[in-house]
Design a protein around this ligand. Structure first.
Ligand code: SF4
Ligand code: SF4
Length: 278
């Protein structure tokens, strides 16, 4: 039942360890932000856009690598966000640790209260993915005007990657890890949490718009409408009705969580969805 979850944890752990090893061995692999393979420089799409906007020019040497990443996103959508992102890995591990170390009498009411506050704030503000794109566009304008890499300030992937590399190589804790509070605070405004404040996820979401692969497929005859899949979805989707490629991170938690095996993994989504009647 939870084979997908185990596999995802394994891939995550390998990537996290890989970032640390690359830092020690001096391999140019900065938290999935940059990897040089021969002549090809694979670069994070946000890093590419930020460089272009800040320098008011096209960094041509990065264009082939950027296009390769775009093709990858077209093929597997936002899978990076749940299968490889070091910030997402760190968040999961911290959550697990807090459940183990802190008393349940504290963690349960806290997560309940945070979830409740998040739903109340996002419902009041009526924020959606359009607002996440607007936030990103505002920062992009700031980068053009001031030539300062503003996306990096709130980018959890960059903050965690830099913190990890600095910690392993120089044994120091970077002060800018405190900036992780920014996306956490912004996350209060969105039903899909801190991922909405992540420029990497948002840009990948935009590029993933035409993606149609690896989606949860509901089986109308088996589904009992228990909504468990919707409750576990970290992107705030209801997988039996919508699989928005801009938001779905292919984590497949919904497939794992369904108690009636009514969700399966479709390699290619067809236009007609076999959703159950309510
Ligand atoms: S797909 Fe599974 S988890 Fe989702 S509503 Fe149907 S029975 Fe419940
Ligand atoms: S719809 Fe399923 S696969 Fe997509 S983000 Fe939600 S839980 Fe993950």
């Amino acid at each position: 039942m939870h084979r997908l979850l185990t596999l995802r944890h394994l891939v995550h752990t390998l990537i996290f360890v890989g970032i640390g090893l690359a830092a020690v061995l001096n391999v140019p692999f900065a938290g999935c932000a940059y990897l040089k393979i021969g002549m090809l420089r694979l670069v994070c799409p946000v890093g590419f856009l930020e460089t272009a906007l800040a320098s008011h020019s096209v960094p041509w040497q990065l264009v082939p690598g950027f296009l390769c990443i775009c093709v990858l996103i077209f093929v597997v959508g936002r899978a990076y966000c749940s299968w490889a992102c070091p910030a997402s890995f760190l968040g999961t591990q911290l959550r697990k640790l807090s459940v183990r170390v802190l008393p349940k009498s504290f963690t349960k009411p806290f997560s309940k209260k945070f979830g409740k506050a998040q739903r109340a704030v996002s419902a009041r503000l009526g924020t959606g993915k359009g607002d996440a794109f607007a936030l990103l566009a505002g920062l992009a304008l700031g980068i053009v005007l001031f030539g300062y890499p503003a996306w990096s300030i709130i980018c959890p992937v960059g903050l965690v990657s830099r913190g990890l590399i600095e910690g392993i190589v120089h044994h120091v804790l970077r002060w800018d890890l405190v900036l992780l509070l920014l996306p956490i605070l912004i996350s209060l405004c969105f039903r899909s949490g801190w991922k909405c404040a992540c420029p990497v996820g948002t840009v990948r979401g935009l590029l993933a718009t035409p993606n149609r692969t690896l989606t949860p497929l509901p089986d109308a005859s088996a589904c009992r409408n228990c909504s468990k899949c919707a409750r576990v979805c970290p992107a705030g989707l209801d997988p039996i009705r919508e699989t928005d490629p801009q938001l779905c991170t292919k984590c497949l938690q919904c497939v794992d969580a369904c108690p009636f095996d009514a969700l399966s993994l479709a390699l290619l989504r067809s236009k007609k969805r076999n959703a159950p009647h309510v």
